[in-house]
Design a protein around this ligand. Structure first.
Ligand code: ADP
Ligand code: MG
Length: 758
């Protein structure tokens, strides 16, 4: 059975293979619901693993049932504690019994407009009532004389103990060929559900179909690896994941799947890396004298980190192996300059380079920075934007009050493209249109991608295709990001990139003063801001959401807190009208059009507005020297590393800057978490904490990578990651094309299509 078969076609497959009763209930209707859970193929379906289990494997004699203890939930008062009550957790509040149905009937409680089905169930030790609310069909499910298993909470009612809406299973109907119980009397899987597809549905489906599906599948992990790491073989693991013999076996099954997927990720990224390495890039010699001249011409000294990273990049571009490097550094650590050193070395060797930025405003900023810093070299830089095209030649610039003022001339887009193609533009700066448009380079040596965590595999392939020189060479690639990436992620989803860390800030920067405010200090904070605005400084105010309607998709458990979180729209109204009526307040958020956002940012950059109320979207990397205060509302809604990045938006100047944190629910936990930000020296520490507490989504956005929950949960398991990486590397060294591992190779190919690590 092919695991790629769409669930919709499974019925057909079963018919073809005359597996008469297989996949019953799997029509288009169910397929649609499965789709809602992201299940499209048979493979997705069998890998829809339980997210937890209930242990109903112990059958309790009815006489021994005890009501669920709810005391510990309410907490225990001091007086109760002195009376000898302790906060002992109740071990397992859910009981499983086995008995005979003696009676069953449904009555209507008129007042409550509720139908109550009550069954009496008896074993050798006694009898108990089982009660279901508004499930009159229970009467059709259970009949007098049935031997049943019931699992549920025991409660104390007016007439004694009863089982409250227990899960049921009739033992008499059990087909002896199947592994007897599916819903009770064992360790029972609980699945992520959707309306109409309950855990019960999944258990029934798997009980019927799993054995034959498993029988048609082969192991694809190498035997040596299974042995060495004590992993369950595929068929056993799959069965034990859905119907474990014990909690231990469930865990062992999970271990196998975690290993399997991380191993596939590692094989995938290492193979991608191999593919890139099969291509060639121009070898660009390091012209040390030229670079020294440039560095000496700068108005500041490079940090040691900048020197180290620039050197790593230059060493890479000297090789014919294409560089795939990620330059990571906090906001303001000076990544652009490091990239410019690479670009300059390219220019001096007769190669072109390109810098891509996520927005026009950032591209424009890079263009100006490059023009100013590289003014003494003869490099020709052009800015390619949507609206107008500019080309700058440093000869056109002039010194004014000791400062170099670049002068730009505007030329048509066509002309920029033509000059780029002819190699007359040495450094082309622009948005992603650079690789999407009709841009052709003469001899591109280096591409720099700014503020993008990861230049994905697909994009890289496109870039290579577009920019191959006539000798068939592809450019070296440098990505830059301010998002700190913990080591575990660097080894997995970023595993095909080499890392350079800018872990030092330029000298002379005043550390930003960070302060956590309590709600009653709000006035004080506003007064402080007013004082600074009067001096011509500017302020960011960050809110967790745009407007009240919005709810977070991925954190339903936080909905309560969330509904109170401040919104950009409301804050903007309040701040502009009541609090800061004398100042110009603007707002920005992700739902605005690109053009609007750019204009708002430009106005703020040019000091036309003093306060910018914003969601987390404020373009990273935009340099706003007069912005000295950033006030973050609802700080508990943000990751620590994210707050750290926000904080980097101020402090671009030698004026003292401030970061004020407000929390809507200043619990002890929140305070402890936030205070880590005050102590942290760089984003990496905070990123590790975020990964641990909030998972990878909090660091690089909740992108759908196509990775399973188990793999996601293991993205902070450094030991497992290192093990799988070592094994993946060893296997590829032994057999680079996995010729002896055809099923595994096929798996990786399929996996590569499914995931999108970008
Ligand atoms: P980011 O890493 O956030 O992209 P930038 O490259 O925009 O940072 O640099 C921030 C600012 O710091 C720029 O104005 C840049 O010119 C300046 N800068 C870069 N390196 C140094 C240094 N070694 N000393 C002082 N200032 C520097
Ligand atoms: Mg930057």
């Amino acid at each position: 059975m092919n695991l790629d078969t769409p669930v919709l076609n499974l019925m057909g497959v079963a018919r073809q293979q005359s597996l008469k009763h297989s996949f019953c209930g799997l029509g288009p209707f169910v397929a649609k619901k499965l789709n809602k859970l992201g299940i499209k193929t048979l493979g997705d379906l069998i890998y829809h693993l339980p997210f937890r289990y209930e242990d109903f494997s112990n059958i309790t004699p009815i006489a021994k049932l005890k009501p669920a203890n709810t005391e510990h939930r309410r907490g225990i008062s001091k007086s109760q504690a002195t009376l000898g009550f302790t906060k002992k957790p109740v071990p397992n509040e859910i009981f499983c019994i086995k008995g005979i149905v003696k009676d069953i009937e449904t009555t209507k409680a008129w007042k409550k407009q509720m139908e109550i089905t009550t069954a009496i169930v008896e074993d050798e030790t006694g009898a108990i009532k089982a009660v279901w609310f508004n499930q009159p069909f229970m009467e059709q499910n259970l009949h007098i004389g049935n031997e049943v298993y019931l699992a549920g909470k025991v409660k104390l009612g007016k007439t004694g103990l009863f089982l409250s809406s227990p899960i049921y299973e009739i033992s008499k109907y059990q087909n002896s060929e199947m592994s007897s119980l599916n819903h009770t009397g064992r360790v029972v899987p609980i699945y992520q559900e959707t309306i109409g597809l309950t855990s019960r549905w999944f258990r029934n489906f798997f009980a019927k179909n799993l054995p034959q599906i498993i029988a048609s599948q082969k192991e694809f992990l190498p035997q040596e690896i299974l042995k060495q790491h004590n992993l369950l073989p595929f068929s056993q693991a799959l069965y034990q994941a859905h119907f474990p013999d014990s909690m231990e076996m469930a865990q062992k099954a999970k271990n196998r799947f975690a290993f399997e997927e991380l191993f596939l990720i590692e094989l995938f990224v290492l193979r991608e890396r191999m593919k890139i390495n099969q291509q060639k890039s121009p070898s660009i010699p390091i012209l040390a004298d030229e670079i020294k001249k440039f560095v000496d011409s700068l108005p500041f000294k490079l940090t040691d980190s900048q020197k180290k990273c620039a050197w790593q990049i230059l060493k890479d571009t000297e090789k014919t192996n294409p560089m795939s490097r990620l330059l990571e550094g906090d906001v303001g650590s000076g990544k652009t300059l490091v990239a410019l050193i690479g670009a300059l070395n390219c220019f001096k060797n007769g190669y072109q380079s390109a810098i891509m930025a996520p927005t026009e405003i950032l591209a424009t900023q890079h263009f100006k920075t490059a023009a100013i810093l590289l003014r003494k070299s003869k490099i020709k830089i052009a800015l390619l934007t949507g609206k107008k095209d500019e080309i700058i030649s440093q000869k056109l610039g002039y010194e004014k009050d000791g400062q170099f003022m670049p002068e730009t001339i505007e030329i048509s887009r066509t002309k920029v493209l033509e000059k780029t193609r002819r190699g007359e533009i040495n450094l082309l700066i622009g948005t992603h249109a650079l690789i999407q448009d009709k841009v052709k380079f003469g001899n591109l040596g280096l591409v720099v991608v700014d503020e993008q965590h990861r230049f994905g595999v697909a994009q890289r392939a496109k870039l290579c295709q577009k920019t191959k020189t006539f000798q068939g060479l592809i450019p070296h690639l440098l990505s830059m990001t301010a998002t700190p990436i913990p080591r575990t992620l660097a080894l997995t989803i970023y595993g095909d990139l080499d890392l350079s860390l800018l872990d030092q800030m330029p000298q002379g920067r005043k550390p930003i003063i960070t302060k956590i405010f309590t709600p009653d200090q709000r006035e004080q904070a506003y007064e402080f801001i007013k004082e600074h605005l009067k001096k011509g400084e500017q302020c960011f105010i960050i809110c967790p959401r745009i407007e009240k309607k919005e709810t977070p998709d991925n954190e339903p458990f936080k909905k309560n807190i969330w509904t109170n979180a401040k919104t950009v729209k409301e804050e903007y109204e309040k701040l502009s009208k009541e609090i800061f009526p004398k100042f110009k307040v603007a707002f920005i958020h992700g739902k605005l059009k690109v053009g609007e956002k750019e204009k708002i940012m430009r106005d703020f950059k040019n000091n036309k507005t003093q306060i910018l109320v914003s969601t987390s979207v404020v373009e990273v990397g935009v340099d706003i020297p007069q912005a000295t205060i950033i006030l973050i509302e609802g700080a508990e809604h943000f990751g620590l590393a994210q707050i750290h990045q926000f904080r980097g938006r101020v402090g671009r100047n030698d004026i003292q800057s401030y970061c004020f944190l407000f929390a809507d629910s200043p619990s002890k936990n929140t305070k402890a978490r936030l205070s880590a930000i005050i102590k942290a020296k760089n984003g990496f520490e905070l990123a590790e904490k975020d990964l641990e507490i909030r998972g990878p989504g909090s660091l690089i956005g909740d992108k759908q990578w196509g990775i399973s929950d188990i793999a996601m949960a293991n993205l902070n398991n450094l030991q497992l990651i290192e093990t799988t990486r070592t094994e993946a590397r060893a296997l590829l060294t032994k057999d680079p094309f996995l010729r002896q591992y055809t099923i595994l190779s096929q798996k990786i190919a399929n996996f590569g299509e499914k995931i999108h690590l970008e």
